[in-house]
Design a protein. Structure first.
Ligand code: TRH
Length: 362
């Protein structure tokens, strides 16, 4: 059987990445003919991220209703270890044909991902007794689950008209202006970044969210002191338009997981602000990605410039120490971003890998 019914469970821990990844995955599976039920504890972000009408094959359900309404079908995806309700587990275990149970993990370039991808965890007790949970790790190498890459992504990108889109979204820039997308958790290092951008006039497209007002104020202060920089505060955009924003920009400052991946598909120079973890595990995670990314044909000068900027932007370097930050040469950085995209495009994408795992040709 080619088409299956998928139940994707997602809890919004904080910010928008959990729902962002699950929505994107659900939509991609639906576009490939699958029936997807998305169970969310908080669907409020869909109002702007995915305004209705929603695609055929994809429906949204309340997590709170799962205990009474969930009927076991073909596949259950537990996103980011969100702990399925006991009633759901019991129904899965009691179903005549147990569903394939997949825990979709967080994205990392660390080596453990290849070792852990597709490991299974038999359940010896509790409501899910007798079931196997499978760990599915997205990643950047062929021995991982890959990245979400919609079948129509390349076509959408090739048809994209940056100027027309920017005009329609009130964020047009002059030809001499460098366009910079800013999506971040904190902006302590924004003065250093603005200093590095001082070689050209720049417009900073500041995404909606907690630091938008602070970032805008810092940019306006710098402008008031004579710098050729201005800020545009953006409203929350639908996910497709968030892609368009990244495609229209010359430099993308992104964060978390989903925007980080989308910046890689955008194939523009980028800086990643990683989701901070209390035990500093995010430093190792950041270094693991940098090692892969910079190994993909970055010139030595570029390696040094990017490392400094990435580590400083993430608060891993003393901002007062050392010489000012420098942006890598724009043409070389663009070439590197394109090479990285090409390299990633050789990988089988995440939805296709999930379908193969289920025995469906993608
Ligand atoms: O919002 P994030 O920081 O999300 C997360 C969460 O913190 C999560 O708990 C953590 O585990 C994870 O990161 C690693 O960043 P992310 O992942 O980039 O998600 C943002 C989503 O919001 C992404 O799908 C893009 C979308 N988005 C829009 O669609 N429109 C917008 O205007 C903006 C600003 C974002």
């Amino acid at each position: 059987m080619r088409n299956k019914t998928w139940d994707v469970f997602c809890q919004v821990i904080d910010n928008h990445g959990d729902i962002g990844v699950c929505w994107r995955l659900g939509r991609d599976l639906a576009a490939r003919g699958q029936a997807v039920r998305l169970w969310l504890d908080d669907a409020s972000a869909l109002r702007w991220m995915a305004p209705e009408p929603w695609p055929a094959g994809l429906s949204v359900h309340r997590w709170a209703d799962a205990a009474s309404q969930f009927q076991s079908a073909d596949v259950v995806i537990e996103a980011f270890g969100c702990n399925l309700p006991d009633e759901v587990l019991a129904r899965m275990a009691q179903a005549p044909h147990a569903p394939c149970w997949i825990n979709l993990e967080y994205l990392s370039a660390e080596a453990y991902v290849e070792r852990s991808h597709l490991l299974k965890s038999p359940q010896f007790n509790g409501p899910a007794q007798g079931l196997n949970k499978h760990f599915f790790y997205p990643g950047f190498t062929p021995r991982t689950g890959g990245l979400i890459r919609e079948s129509n992504l390349a076509r959408r990108q090739s048809e994209f008209q940056a100027q027309a889109w920017s005009l329609a979204h009130q964020c047009a820039s002059a030809p001499e202006e460098r366009r910079v997308t800013l999506f971040a958790y904190q902006v302590h290092a924004l003065p250093q970044l603005l200093q590095a951008l001082a070689d050209r006039p720049s417009v900073i497209l500041v995404c909606s969210g907690a630091v938008q007002a602070e970032a805008r104020q810092m940019i306006e202060n710098r402008r008031a002191s004579g710098a050729a920089v201005r800020a545009v505060a953006l409203p929350y955009l639908p996910q497709d338009d968030f892609d368009h924003l990244l495609w229209s920009s010359d430099l993308n400052l992104v964060r978390g997981e989903d925007s980080f991946v989308r910046a890689q598909w955008a194939a523009k120079p980028m800086v990643w602000q990683i989701y901070p973890q209390s035990d500093m595990a995010h430093r190792t995670k950041l270094e693991a990605f940098l090692a892969h990314w910079l190994a993909a044909g970055a010139e030595p000068d570029m390696v040094a410039d990017w490392r400094r900027l990435w580590l400083g932007w993430n608060g891993f370097e003393d901002l007062q120490a050392g010489p000012p930050w420098r942006l890598p040469d724009a043409a070389q950085a663009l070439l590197h971003a394109k090479k990285w995209r090409e390299h990633l495009s050789l990988q089988t994408d995440l939805s296709t890998q999930l379908l193969h795992f289920l025995g469906i040709s993608g």
